[in-house]
Structure formats: structure tokens, C-alpha cells
Design a protein around this ligand. Structure first.
Ligand SMILES: O=CCCC(=O)O
Length: 454
């Protein structure tokens, strides 16, 4: 078995660093430290935990450039987007520092008791398995509410962003969190399975693929542990006859091409009504041509590399199989030296892999439909349920469809995006549970009923 991880810069293919995996003895020590810490950490006041959140925001602010460079080096996103990711983590700290006290306060419920309420108590040590596409944001949106609720956390990060995983552990340390509150482990899948089965791990969260979600949920289920799963997506972007393309074309292209298409909530299926189809296609193509690939450390670069070169093989196969079913490639479909070209496909039908499967890269299948009714019908026929977006001036029409969308979110004239103040998560094959907002901080707590008669 390989007992080390090499990180590689996807822009130039150079090895960045090699890390040794933790031994099973190391992992036991980390777990015992996190468990022991929990019993002290849960006694601290929420106010004290919120003060540490503000320290964490400060150290991220101080180190923004360095942290952003690490993201860009390890997974290839342009530096301006890496900086934005760190800034988003800072606003997350501020959000919970302001609101955690309220979110975790006892909730009084009137009954025949003298007093009855819900008490939100922490669970213990929570294991997080996180992906590489937003290597700081995805971790922080789990860790910040979870620690603030009084739990401790162990992170198993994706191997290609090991440097980010270790940097996050250091940030918590630097902000003054006691040792064991947040630890990063360097481990393979077998070690993770064993950890989930260990009694000291009280719950598990995963952001990752559907396949990984099923595996983790199976192990956790066997051990009766709660899971939160944020899995893949195949978000529809519906464009209706009266969409304001002058105003929203940048948003629409960004919905697909952000992070080189490597986002669970990206627009992955464009469903466009026929009256606007030709205009939409022309404008989409023009905007895509403006994307600038280059050295991701340079500020002018707007389009990054795939995080791993071999991801292109999967994309190419999805495109090839769709072309065999009648799709037409309008532009792209080429792995250049350092990036996969943004690819637009037309003549799309529902059975094509680029339409019915998740494509984790810059691929835009654009389907023409007759009218609004058909657009929403096609949009809803997906195994996934992260989010749907619709672009139209007829807000009333779009609102009429709110209850027909079975996804975790529905955005009108905006791309599906995460926001500290709003719950984030999916339905169907996209997983379950919610992150962020009040919902997120309530995922890893014991909602304890307290009933008092005087
Ligand atoms: O890949 C998931 C999306 C991450 C986000 O924008 O919150």
C-alpha cells in the first residue's frame, strides 16, 4: 500500500510536495486527543467560542495571499478566485460570531410543564471528508458551525490538496483554538472506514461524489452514526423567452464555467426555449470565448486548469458518447497542455451523458425546448437535486414553479450559489442534510427535550 501522498500543480504538472500518511498509532492519538478535548471544549461558553472565530477571521485575513497561492498551486484555480474563497471563509466566521449565540440558545416551548425547552448540545468528535474543488470553503463551512456548537473535528481532506488541509489545521492553532479542537489526518480510505466505526467518532459529513456518499453512509449506517452528505449535482439552468440576456449573460456563463466547471452546484444542463435559443447560443459562445486561460497566479487569468489532468478522460468520454447519440460539438473538446477547453454542445437529448450525468468540467450542453412548461418538465427529470436556476422577466411565472422543484434550492435570475445566511444542500442523489445558516449549526447537535415541573 502507498503510504505517502504527492501533491502536483495541475498547471505545470510539477510535484509540489510529498507527505507521509499518518500511521495507525498516529491516528489513534489524534482521535483520543480530539475526544479528550471535546469534554473541555463543550464547557466553554459560546461567547468564548465566538471570540475565537473572530481570531480565526483575523488570521485568515492576515494570511490571505499565502493561503490563496496554496489553493492555486494545489488545484489550479485562478488566484483572484482563490482570494475570493478565503474572503468568503472570513465572512462565514463573522456570520457565526454574530449569530451563534442566538442559534444555540435554548428554545422555549410552552407545554403543561413549569418550563420546557430544547437544548442544543454538541455530540462529540465529528469526522469530515472533504473535496478539493473549494479546498478551504468546503472545510470551513463544516468546521466553523460545528466547532462553535461545541464539537471537535477531524478532517480527512482530498489528497491533492493536502497542503490546504494542513494549513487549515495551523490556522485554527494560530487563532488560539486548543489542540484537538480541529485536526487534519493524512489517511487512505481503509483508515477512514476504521475511524467511522470507532466509538469516539460521533457523526460524519462528506462533500464528494455519489459513489463516495453511498460508501460512507453505508459504513456510518452500520455503526448507527448520523451523516450529512453533500454530493454531486446536475443543476438545470432554464432560460425562458423573455430572459434579460443583456443583464444576465455573464452570470449564466459563470454558472457553468466557474472553477473550470468543477463545482457541484454549477449549471450543467442549459434548457432554453426556442424563441430565444439562437440569440442565447450566439451570446453564450461569445462570452465563453472571452475566458482567459494562462498562469493561474496571474491576476488576469479567469479560467483555470482541471485539478487533475486525467479528469479530462472522463469528460472526453462523456462528450464522445453524446456525439455518438447525435450531439454536435460547437466549440472546445480539447485537452490543451494545461487546461480543458470550454466546450459547448447542441442537438441535445435527454439520454445523452453530457445531459443526464454530472459533468465535472467546463462542458455546456444546450437543449432547445418548445416552451416554459416543457423546460420545467425536462429540468425536473433528474436523479440529482442540488438546485435549479431560471432566467426570465416573468417573476410570477417563475414563482408559480417553486413548488414543482424538488431540489435543495431554486434561484430566479441568479446562479445557484452558497451563502452563509442560507441553508445549503440537496435532495435525491445529491445527498441530504444542510450546511450553513441556522440549519447548518443544528446538524451536529443533540436537540434535547428538557421538561421541568416545579
Ligand atoms: O462544489 C460545491 C459548491 C461550493 C460552493 O460554492 O459552495
Amino acid at each position: 500500500m502507498n503510504n505517502s501522498i504527492k501533491t502536483v500543480n495541475p498547471f505545470n504538472n510539477k510535484v509540489i510536495k510529498e507527505y507521509q500518511l499518518h500511521t495507525s498509532e498516529d491516528l489513534t492519538n489524534i482521535l483520543n486527543t480530539a475526544d479528550k478535548r471535546f469534554y473541555e471544549w463543550r464547557q466553554t461558553s459560546i461567547k468564548q467560542r465566538c471570540r475565537l472565530l473572530l481570531n480565526l477571521a483575523q488570521v485568515m485575513d492576515d494570511d490571505t495571499q499565502e493561503l490563496a497561492e496554496l489553493i492555486t498551486q494545489e488545484m489550479g484555480k485562478p488566484i483572484t478566485q482563490s482570494i475570493a474563497e478565503i474572503e468568503k471563509c472570513i465572512t462565514l466566521c463573522d456570520f457565526y460570531a454574530t449569530n451563534a449565540d442566538d442559534f444555540l440558545a435554548d428554545e422555549l416551548i410552552e407545554t403543561e410543564a413549569t418550563e420546557s425547552f430544547i437544548s442544543y448540545d454538541p455530540l462529540g468528535t465529528i469526522l469530515a471528508i472533504m473535496p478539493w474543488n473549494y479546498p478551504f470553503w468546503q472545510v470551513m463551512r463544516f468546521a466553523i458551525p460545528t466547532l462553535t456548537a461545541g464539537n471537535t473535528a477531524i478532517l480527512k481532506h482530498a489528497g491533492n490538496v493536502t497542503g490546504c488541509g494542513l494549513a487549515i489545521e495551523k490556522l485554527f492553532e494560530k487563532a488560539g483554538y486548543p489542540k484537538g479542537c480541529f485536526s487534519t489526518i493524512l489517511a487512505g480510505h481503509d483508515a477512514v472506514e476504521k475511524l467511522i466505526s470507532n466509538d469516539l467518532i460521533k457523526a460524519v459529513t462528506l462533500t464528494g461524489s455519489e459513489k463516495a456518499g453511498k460508501k460512507i453512509a453505508e459504513t456510518a449506517g452500520r455503526n448507527l452514526k448520523k451523516t450529512v452528505l453533500e454530493l454531486g449535482g446536475n443543476n438545470a439552468c432554464i432560460v425562458l423567452d423573455d430572459a434579460d440576456l443583456d443583464k444576465y449573460m455573464d452570470t449564466i456563463v459563470n454558472a457553468r464555467m466557474q472553477n473550470a466547471g468543477q463545482s457541484c452546484i454549477a449549471a450543467k444542463r442549459f434548457i432554453v426555449t426556442e424563441a430565444i435559443y439562437e440569440d442565447f447560443l450566439k451570446r453564450f459562445k461569445e462570452k465563453v470565448a472571452e475566458l482567459l486561460h494562462g498562469d493561474p497566479m496571474k491576476e488576469e487569468t479567469t479560467f483555470g486548469s482541471l485539478a487533475k489532468k486525467d479528469f479530462a478522460d472522463t469528460l472526453k468520454k462523456q462528450i464522445e458518447d453524446s456525439v455518438a447519440l447525435g450531439a454536435t460539438v460547437i466549440t472546445g473538446n480539447n485537452q490543451n497542455k494545461s487546461y480543458f477547453e470550454p466546450t459547448i454542445l447542441t442537438n441535445i437529448t435527454k439520454d445523452m451523458p453530457v445531459f443526464k450525468e454530472e459533468t465535472f468540467g467546463p462542458i455546456a450542453p444546450i437543449m432547445k425546448v418548445k416552451n416554459t412548461k416543457e423546460a420545467f418538465k425536462v429540468a425536473s427529470e433528474s436523479r440529482y437535486g442540488l438546485g435549479t436556476m431560471v432566467f426570465t422577466k416573468s417573476i410570477e411565472t417563475a414563482q408559480d414553479y417553486i413548488s414543482t422543484i424538488d431540489d435543495g434550492s431554486y434561484f430566479i435570475n441568479e446562479l445557484v450559489k452558497s451563502d452563509s445566511r442560507l441553508p445549503f444542500g440537496g435532495t435525491k442523489a445529491s445527498g441530504y442534510g444542510r450546511e450553513l445558516s441556522k440549519e447548518g449549526i443544528h446538524e451536529f447537535v443533540n436537540k434535547k427535550t428538557v421538561f421541568i415541573n416545579h
